[in-house]
Design a protein around this ligand. Structure first.
Ligand code: ZN
Length: 153
C-alpha cells in the first residue's frame, strides 16, 4: 500500500472510530438488521429509512466492535444516504471486491467508491476484512428484509 494511503487509512479509522457518524437509530426506520462477526465480536444494528422509490433517506447504526467495524459502519451510513437500493448494493459489491482482490483494480472512477478505498487497506489483514464488510452485509440484509446477518455464512 502506498504510504500516503496507509496514513490516510489510519487517520480515517481513528477519526470515525472516535467519533462515529450516524450512531443512532435512523429516522422513520423501516429496515433493520443485526450483524454479528463472531471472529472479532463486532455486533451492530443497522437501521434504514427507504422511501417508496427505493431511495435511502436515512441510514444509521448502533452497536460495538473494533475500530475498523465502527469506522466502516460510520462511512457506510454517510455514503448510502441518498442512494437507491440498487446503488447501495452495487457499492457493497465494489467495496467487497476492493477488500478481497489481489489485483490493482482502478476504483477511482466513482467518488463514493474512492472514499471507501481508504478502508481497502484491510486486505493486508484477511481477518479484518470481515470487520470492514460486516456493516455492509448487515445493510444488505436489512434491505432484503432479513433481520440478521453474519459474516460466517
Ligand atoms: Zn472487528
Amino acid at each position: 500500500m502506498m504510504d500516503e494511503l496507509r496514513e490516510l487509512y489510519q487517520e480515517v479509522i481513528l477519526d470515525h472510530g472516535k467519533d462515529p457518524r450516524n450512531f443512532r437509530k435512523a429516522e422513520n426506520a423501516n429496515c433493520e438488521a443485526t450483524g454479528y462477526n463472531p471472529l472479532c465480536g463486532d455486533r451492530l444494528v443497522v437501521t434504514l429509512s427507504v422511501d417508496e422509490n427505493g431511495m435511502v433517506q436515512d441510514a444509521a447504526f448502533l452497536g460495538n466492535g473494533c475500530a475498523i467495524s465502527m469506522a466502516s459502519a460510520s462511512m457506510m451510513t454517510e455514503i448510502v444516504r441518498g442512494k437507491t437500493r440498487a446503488e447501495a448494493e452495487d457499492l457493497f459489491q465494489r467495496f467487497h471486491e476492493m477488500c478481497t482482490t489481489d489485483e490493482d483494480v482502478d476504483f477511482t472512477d466513482d467518488e463514493d467508491v474512492e472514499k471507501l478505498m481508504v478502508l481497502s487497506g484491510v486486505r493486508q489483514f484477511p481477518v479484518r476484512v470481515k470487520c470492514a464488510t460486516l456493516p455492509w452485509h448487515t445493510m444488505e440484509a436489512a434491505l432484503k428484509g432479513e433481520s440478521e446477518a453474519s459474516t460466517e455464512r
